[in-house]
Design a protein around this ligand. Structure first.
Ligand code: Q9C
Ligand code: ZN
Length: 344
């Protein structure tokens, strides 16, 4: 499989609030290295560097003021004399806090984020821009060259990033960008299937009022799990988007058999919608030993998932999202890719 990847992400290693302490994030640079190493051990995979970021396309999906904020946060943080290694908010616009963006940097950090599990560090923008460019490049390969499938080795991940908020280790929505590239290259309707353990609240937010990009997500029930405030089955879209959003929440402890039934349901729903191309938010934090997740999938299940995705028989962009069990991460991603290519 063609894999789009690079090393521009290495300077992004942020902190997350864990209990009452700031700890190195579960989402660290070693994740991409582990996946890269597992894939390059097999001769069937070929690596390609990303093209330069198409900033105009980013500004179509995200609030341009938010994108500009991300790009300049670290410089502003340093210029203001902060000496901590991460820029973070401590106050967020909760219920009925409906005012405009403040001018203060810490106020803006709250305005443009929704969780304290990630922050902005010196290397964040470089990594975020590169991750988005990887997704765009992978989608362009699928769209322009007729490559049937391409894997975007994105880091940081993207599916929690909304129109104008970062959180959940995500800053720009890589999968959404891939879908938009496919749309603008002539695929009339595109489906996004999110199989990360967590609900893809950002992707849902970006396309919630659109019918040309359908969104289906399999995830831990938000009543029990991050992102807590979105991802319920009752969320089906708004305005022109009514009927184009499908959430399939599942409880902690969900086993593969039950999960696979939901996958088939999501694929059938996307197929009935007449999608012409597919973007998959590939999180492997559904793995039984994932340190922050509570589903029970095994390493041997990922090839089965890959073959189910391939059976949809659509131009497909696979976009890496979560997965934090370092010892199994490489094998789980490789298994999904090999399963997609029929190598099981
Ligand atoms: N210490 C993705 O899988 N966890 N994001 C917060 C607090 C948030 C996961 C833990 C999990 C975000 C892309
Ligand atoms: Zn996740």
């Amino acid at each position: 499989m063609l894999i789009v990847a690079d090393n521009a992400h290495l300077g992004h290693h942020c902190l997350e609030l864990d209990g009452s302490k700031l700890m190195p994030s579960w989402e660290g640079p070693e994740r991409a290295t582990i996946v890269q190493d597992a894939l390059s051990a097999s001769e069937r995979h070929e690596f390609l560097a990303p093209n330069q970021l198409d900033r105009a396309l980013v500004d179509e999906l995200h609030d341009p003021a938010y994108v500009a904020f991300l790009e300049t946060t670290w410089t502003r943080w340093v210029a203001e004399g902060h000496d901590s290694e991460a820029a973070m908010a401590f106050c967020w616009p909760a219920r009925r806090f409906d005012g405009p963006a403040p001018s203060d940097l810490i106020g803006q950090l709250g305005y443009y984020s929704f969780a304290a599990d990630c922050s902005v560090v010196a290397g964040t923008w470089t990594a975020v821009a590169s991750s988005a460019a990887i997704a765009q490049t992978a989608a362009a390969r699928v769209a322009d060259t007729g490559a049937g499938v391409c894997f975007a080795l994105c880091r940081p991940p993207g599916h929690h990033a909304s129109v104008d908020q970062f959180g959940g280790y995500c800053y720009l929505n890589n999968a959404a960008l891939a879908a938009q590239v496919l749309r603008e290259s002539g695929h009339t309707r595109v489906g996004i299937l999110d199989i990360d353990y967590h609900h893809g609240n950002g992707t849902q937010d970006i396309f919630y009022e659109r019918s040309d990009v359908m969104f289906a997500s399999l995830h831990a029930d938000p009543r029990q799990e991050f992102p807590f405030f979105l991802g319920h089955a009752s969320e089906q879209g708004r305005g022109a988007g009514v009927g184009s959003n499908l959430n399939l929440p599942m409880p902690h402890g969900t086993e593969f058999a039950e999960w696979l039934t939901a996958l088939d349901q999501a694929l059938a729903w996307l197929g009935d919608g007449g999608i012409e191309a597919l973007v998959v938010s590939v999180g492997v934090d559904t793995f039984v030993d994932d340190p922050i997740s509570q589903f029970r999938l095994a390493t041997t299940d990922y090839p089965v998932i890959g073959s189910r995705l391939a059976a949809a028989n659509l131009p497909t962009v696979l976009v890496l999202e979560g997965g934090y069990a370092h010892e199994a991460l490489g094998q789980n991603v490789l298994g999904l890719i090999d399963g997609f290519e029929g190598e099981i």
